[in-house]
Design a protein around this ligand. Structure first.
Ligand SMILES: Nc1ncnc2c1ncn2[C@@H]1O[C@H](COP(=O)(O)OP(=O)(O)O)[C@@H](O)[C@H]1O
Ligand SMILES: [Mg+2]
Length: 340
């Protein structure tokens, strides 16, 4: 076995490297962006390649999946695997995947032509939730209250399109978060996003505009939180995210609870069952609960922010028993990946 890692400080790879060093397992660091990366992979007899590629980096999204797909053709195992990455940061792709698997998901409607979208708007009811395919922390998720608002959205979707990454929204959201929780961490975030939003923003400006499709989702009313469940191997981790003040959106609020409270445990059962079908190695689900308290999936992802989940207080096993323990998700990922 020869393990290669594409390393970026502050990503999952920090801990993957710690894991390998701690166990004296040989590995090499490779730069996936090198022009001769294939030659390097072959010369080093790489059998396992890990890269925490990130939706905030356009070059990652441009390159990682095709590189991984190419090297899987010569038997290299990749983390994430193809089942995990083909729909990464793509809520539209996930709609079809989850519908195909017959999974309980929030009803989602996607249109690729203005005519069909216009007809839909006249025949459906509002409010609905409008989303772009990509994005995290709720930045590309909006409540559309009326037909009129929806008509404007459709016009824009099939006209000038939407910024894939609206740094102004991120900046104002960060300020709101700072007023709520006046911590040094949040203050630094304000500086960082203010700077990125106003002065730099090169990292994000390169993303192409989102256009020529429109995605609406049924609005689940009266939610005060969603839950993020992460299944890796035979463990399921739990995080509750409360919504922002006067806002239906939980993701990105930073108002987190790690001790499982009262919630419909069926969600854990569904998470394990679908994890088998999805075959992603690591899958994070966002679940909401409808007015009958049924768990419904909003989105899935192999990747997420590192370090946050260190605060998790344990995990569920497949028999739905809770085990208190220290949590290091990156260790679980690499441990399970190297078993293959
Ligand atoms: N259909 C919906 N009905 C009600 N609330 C929703 C719905 N979809 C998303 N939300 C809320 O908005 C948040 C962000 O939505 P999500 O699709 O997970 O986008 P992101 O990728 O930005 O996390 C969720 O955390 C949830 O609180
Ligand atoms: Mg989400």
């Amino acid at each position: 076995m020869k393990i290669a890692i594409h390393h970026r400080k502050g990503s999952f790879s920090d801990r993957w490297i710690e894991y390998l060093e701690g166990r004296n397992i040989p590995y090499i660091i490779l730069n996936a962006f090198d022009n001769n990366i294939i030659r390097q992979i072959k010369e080093n007899n790489v059998s396992h390649f890990m890269w925490h590629f990130d939706q905030n980096y356009f070059e990652d999204m441009l390159h990682a999946r095709t590189l991984f797909r190419a090297i899987s053709q010569i038997g290299v195992k990749t983390f994430p695997n193809e089942d995990a990455y083909w729909h990464f940061d793509d809520k539209v792709a996930q709609k079809y995947l989850l519908e195909a698997l017959g999974v309980p998901l929030v009803k989602s409607d996607v249109f690729y032509h203005k005519k069909e979208a216009d007809e839909y708007i006249e025949s459906t009811s509002f409010p609905k939730v409008f989303k772009l395919k990509g994005g995290a922390g709720s930045i590309n998720v909006k409540l559309i209250k009326t037909k009129d608002q929806a008509r404007k959205i459709v016009k824009q979707a099939f006209g000038r399109g939407f910024e894939a990454f609206d740094s102004w929204t991120v900046f104002t959201d960060t300020i709101e978060r700072f007023w709520r929780q006046k911590t040094l961490h949040n203050f630094l975030r304000v500086l960082k996003w203010g700077f990125k939003g106003i002065f730099v923003d090169k990292q994000y400006k390169v993303f192409p505009k989102q256009r020529n499709y429109v995605y609406f989702q049924e609005f689940i009313p009266n939610l005060t939180y969603d839950i993020r469940l992460i299944v890796i191997g035979d463990k399921c981790y739990y995080l509750k995210r409360n919504t922002r003040d006067n806002d239906f959106r939980a993701s990105g609020s930073g108002i987190l609870e790690f001790v499982p409270g009262n919630f419909n445990i069926q969600a854990i059962k569904i998470a394990f069952k679908i994890a088998d079908q999805l075959n992603m190695g690591c899958v994070a689900y966002d679940f909401v609960f409808n007015t009958d308290n049924e768990p419904l999936i909003v989105e899935i992802s192999y990747g997420f922010q590192p370090y946050v989940y260190d605060q998790c207080t344990g995990f569920y096993d497949a028999s739905l028993n809770w085990h208190e323990s220290k949590v290091n998700l990156e260790n679980e990922m690499i441990h399970n990946f190297l078993k293959q």
